[in-house]
Design a protein around this ligand. Structure first.
Ligand code: FAD
Ligand code: NAD
Length: 406
């Protein structure tokens, strides 16, 4: 009898954790496992704001897939997924195609631009290593240019971050740390630099603990962040953005517009005909799609609703990793001819967001609030725990944030 084949698409948190679990749980004689990813590295999306600001080199964030996936047990295909045909069980790649018996979709997120004029063409998105590196280079280049011009080119040293969700807040936190270094490096007067965080809603981090949000905003304001709340980005051009507040429009000139105001699931999933909401498939409790018994979705391409809930869990790395456990367990069952699958049970251990090097806010164990250095240490503990889980002590020592106090 032919061995069933399992194909995992994407080596983000969901995909790589599913693969490393499968390689431990499923023997060579039970199934063939294939992992497809655009690059030969996995990256920690949760550190991209540091790469974009230039406070952490992107080589710290990415790690070779071969260091954590055993290529004797898993067939690794470095290629780009173009489309999925679930009726014929075929995945089209840029450079060929693959057939499968079971598929795991873990293609992650993209920036959602909500149809805002000019945003896709002119704003800089933060969603992978390449886009983060481009933001770092853009800002450095614009600072380097500032002194070349005779006229005061304020737009070159005005940085606009759209959205004050967790991504926007973490990014302005890092930028606030980086700007003094950039000023020193490129002879720019720090008092001239503007760092704006534009948010459509009445507060940053809507829905998060109010006391911690206040702490975060105060700390960031002290470091030079200008919050523009109740202010909607309406359009973006190569010269900056137009915002609207209370029906009044204003133009903000900036050559550094970074859009961090929302995400959606990878559009390949929608384009392949799966039914989605904001690019995410509303998966069954066992993480399979509603229509296909052989297709699982993990991470940001999946919307998981607890039974009876109106809203899905937010797309986070924490959820993506936990989904990997369930998907791997259920795949093992199916491969072994068992049709009893387990339901996904999210276990939210907390949320911690960084505000720059040694500052952060967080809530852990349901209601324990953390802020300042203790929250920052907790954030590093969470990051290190992930590396330990993924690649053991070796990976932790190579890539971990071991200096807790910096
Ligand atoms: P991703 O991490 O998006 O990975 C997708 C993978 O698929 C990548 O390897 C990519 O190269 C690959 N891929 C994409 N398209 C293709 C294709 N066509 N062909 C082949 N391969 C492809 N969440 C938290 O829980 N805690 C945090 O502290 C946190 N911080 C964050 C900070 C930032 C700056 C951002 C942007 C997000 C943060 N998140 C955090 C959210 C978290 O990063 C995402 O929820 C998580 O990355 C989703 O994981 P994933 O496995 O779905 O996919
Ligand atoms: P988000 O959707 O959580 O926040 C986007 C923000 O942008 C919202 O506050 C929204 O009001 C604002 N916005 C939308 N359109 C706008 C417009 N036109 N003008 C101005 N503001 C606008 O997105 P995110 O922050 O990228 O987070 C995505 C996911 O990643 C979330 O699930 C989040 O929890 C997770 N994440 C977690 C962490 C962490 O745990 N430390 C860090 C980053 C991201």
């Amino acid at each position: 009898m032919n061995k069933p084949s399992i194909v995992v698409l994407g080596a983000g948190y969901g995909g790589i954790m599913t693969t490393t679990k499968l390689q431990k749980m499923i023997g060579d004689t039970e199934a063939d496992i294939t992992l497809v990813n655009k690059h030969d590295y996995h990256y920690q999306t949760t550190w991209l704001h540091e790469n974009a600001a230039g406070t952490l080199h992107h080589d710290r964030t990415r790690l070779p897939i071969k260091d954590v996936v055993n290529f004797n047990k898993v067939n690794f295909v470095q290629d780009t997924v173009v489309s999925i045909d679930p009726d014929n069980k075929v995945v089209k790649l840029e450079d060929g195609e693959l057939t499968y018996d079971y598929l795991v979709i873990g293609l992650g997120f993209e920036s959602a631009t909500f149809g805002i004029e000019g945003l896709g063409e002119n704003a800089y998105m933060l969603n992978n290593i390449n886009s983060a590196r481009r933001i770092r280079d853009l800002i450095e280049y614009n600072f380097a240019q500032y002194n070349i011009y005779k006229e005061d080119r304020q737009d070159l040293i005005t940085i606009v971050v759209g959205g004050a969700g967790f991504t926007g807040i973490e990014l302005v936190g890092e930028l606030a740390n980086r700007i003094p270094e950039l000023c020193q490096e490129y002879d720019v007067d720090p008092s001239k630099v503007r760092l704006l965080n534009v948010e459509a809603g009445p507060t940053a981090l809507a829905g998060f603990d109010e006391e911690l949000v206040e702490y975060a905003m105060n700390r960031l304001e002290e470091k030079g962040v200008e919050f523009r709340l109740n202010t909607m980005i309406k359009s973006c051009s190569e010269n900056g953005i137009i915002v609207e507040k209370d029906g009044e429009q204003e133009e903000i000139a900036s050559k550094n517009v970074i859009w961090a105001a929302g995400v959606r699931g990878n559009s390949i999933v929608e384009e392949s005909g799966f039914e989605v909401g904001r690019g995410r498939v509303a998966v069954r409790q066992d993480l399979r799609t509603p229509d296909y018994d052989d297709v699982f979705v993990v991470g940001d391409c999946a919307a998981f609703f607890e039974e009876g809930a109106e809203r899905p869990f937010p797309p986070t790395a924490q959820i993506a990793m936990q989904m990997a456990d369930t998907a791997a367990h259920n795949l093992k069952q199916l491969v072994n001819g068992q049709d009893e699958l387990e339901g996904f049970e999210p276990d939210i251990k907390g949320t911690v967001a960084s505000l720059g090097h040694t500052d952060a806010i967080g809530v852990i164990f349901d209601d324990k609030k953390l802020y300042g250095r203790s929250a920052s240490i907790m954030k590093k503990v969470i990051d290190n725990r992930y590396l330990l889980k993924l690649g053991g002590v070796g990976l932790l020592l190579k890539k971990g944030k071991l200096d807790m106090y910096h």
